[in-house]
Design a binder for this molecule. Structure first.
Ligand code: PLP
Length: 499
């Protein structure tokens, strides 16, 4: 036990220690962010290697902050994959910006539970303010009200629950199981839609069979004629269309579904339109990119994730909805101990709009991010990410041994190596070799620790993704990534060709 800085017998850490360690932690974070590039992006650890270094049980006595912080530095940080690294290009790359980190810190200190207005007046109202600001930045109409959840998966699940509620099938009271006369409810999304849509159907008891996957065109966008046909066929077969999920910025390629045409179909068939703009929504902050949300003004609900491309630390997802009353009807349930005499027309109680009772004060970090960077600052950063993606794409296009695998509407580039001299007895063999080469190439670059890529499969072939979204990424980082890829390609082409 370290008597110097261990916990007192009762109560919390004393104020002097709090200040001392608080300063130490901020200094540590400052160094961490400043020297990020000295660390490997992808944790170069084997499973359970980290865990083996941590005692199996909690200590009986206080260990003191010095020892705890030393382990954060010595054990935890080295065993993390660093999402804040400027060469993190995998999945959708994200950022905890400085104002966002401060927002998280303050929210933890306040520790308010935003379940009711009266348990968190400023937090509840700041959420309304922050979401109104963001709505204006995105150019969405005032008819959209919003609510913050943790992730897009949860936002989409709530949107589909509201869509189901809008059908007036009394599912809230009577449920779905064992009910006669309840038609099969159907939800439509493109084959490029995120798996969170299917997970929502599992969670809501609609089942994965409720999902109708709509085909996409050569640029991975939902085919509206196929959507129309699917809805009509379902209706003829007695199924009930419940919701269409369109995506602005699909996960694999960031393709943009034709939302305006999809909205026409939804209007004609009176189906709830939910737009998954978890990644792509932020781009509408850039005035010349506002068109990416064209048609979304007609949606019933839209999810966008500031924790993806708006420099806000994870987690923070926003569900905008023009039918908040329906969302409320789906979820509001007030036990006696949570009843208040606050006028419902004056205050909003967050717990009424979702499955969770307790809610974190998430809006603080988003509000701080919007204030610190301002509209122009946010737009410049997103614009720069798109420029870097186009630049990288231009290098790929100009190189004979590489090819682009999809258009680049935002800041993601899908590409693959296509060495001229790769051969095989059959086309299948050649394609398999090319896939193996690209996969090995990606793993080898990742193993350098200098950059981290992830992949997808498009039309059955292995494709590497370069996702730019970290606030610290510069042209230098993508140039180095390109160099690493080319170095690995040279080494590997030789090996694959010799096999
Ligand atoms: N929608 C899209 C388009 C995504 O790309 C993702 C994740 O990358 C999600 C939804 C799920 O996001 P979350 O992790 O916030 O649930």
């Amino acid at each position: 036990m370290d008597s110097e800085n261990s916990a007192p017998p009762l109560g919390d850490m004393n104020a002097a220690d709090f200040r001392r360690y608080g300063h130490e932690i901020i200094d540590w974070i400052g160094d961490y962010l400043e020297n990020m590039e000295s660390r490997p992006v992808l944790a170069l650890v084997r499973p359970n290697e980290f865990r083996a270094q941590i005692p199996e049980s909690a200590p009986a006595q206080s260990e003191g902050m010095d020892a705890i912080l030393a382990d954060v530095d010595r054990l935890i940080a080295p065993a993390l994959t660093h999402w804040n690294h400027p060469a993190f290009f995998a999945y959708f790359s994200i950022s905890a910006s400085a104002p966002g980190i401060f927002g998280e810190l303050l929210a933890a200190a306040f520790n308010v539970n935003q379940m009711l207005w009266r348990t968190s007046p400023a937090a509840t109202e700041l959420e309304e303010v922050a979401l109104s600001w963001l709505r204006q930045l995105l150019g969405l109409p005032v008819a959209f009200d919003g609510i913050i959840y943790d992730t897009a998966s949860v936002s989409t699940m709530h949107a589909i629950a509201a869509a189901r509620e809008s059908l007036d099938l009394q599912i809230r009271e009577r449920g779905m199981s064992g009910r006669e006369g309840l038609p099969l409810l159907r939800v439509y999304a493109s084959e490029q839609a995120h798996s969170s849509v299917e997970k929502a159907l599992i969670a809501l008891g609609l089942g994965t069979r409720a999902l109708c996957k709509i085909s996409t065109d050569a640029e991975f966008r939902m085919e509206v004629a196929a959507l129309m046909h699917a809805i009509e066929t379902d209706k003829q077969n007695g199924a009930l269309p419940c919701c269409v999920v369109a995506t602005v910025g699909t996960t694999s390629t960031t393709s943009i579904d034709p939302v305006t045409a999809i909205a026409d179909v939804c209007e004609e068939h009176k189906v709830w339109l939910h737009v998954d703009a978890a990644y792509g929504g932020s781009a509408a902050i850039v005035p010349e990119m506002r068109h990416v949300l064209d048609g979304c003004e007609r949606a019933d609900s839209i999810v966008t994730n500031p924790h993806k491309w708006l420099f806000t630390p994870i987690d923070l997802s926003v569900l905008y909805c023009r039918r908040m009353d329906t969302l409320r009807r789906a979820f509001s349930l007030v036990p006696e101990y949570l009843r208040t005499n606050d006028a419902p027309e004056e205050v909003r109680n967050g717990m009424d709009y979702g499955i969770q009772l307790g809610r974190r004060f998430r809006s603080l970090k988003l509000w701080m991010v919007m204030r610190y960077f301002g509209h122009e600052g946010l737009a410049s950063r997103i614009r720069e990410h798109c420029r870097l993606a186009r630049l990288f794409a231009s290098w790929v296009e100009a190189a004979p041994d590489w090819e682009l695998a999809a258009p680049v509407p935002f800041s993601l580039v899908c590409f693959r190596a296509r060495p001229q001299n790769i051969d095989g007895e059959t086309e299948q063999q050649r394609a398999a070799r090319q896939d193996a080469l690209n996969e090995a190439l990606m793993h080898n670059v990742n193993a350098t620790g200098e950059a981290f890529f992830s992949h997808t499969k498009l039309n059955g072939v292995f494709v590497i993704r370069l996702a730019i979204g970290n606030i610290r990424t510069t042209e230098e980082h993508i140039a180095r990534a390109w160099q690493l890829l080319n170095e690995q390609l040279q080494q590997l082409t030789h090996l694959v060709l010799c096999n």
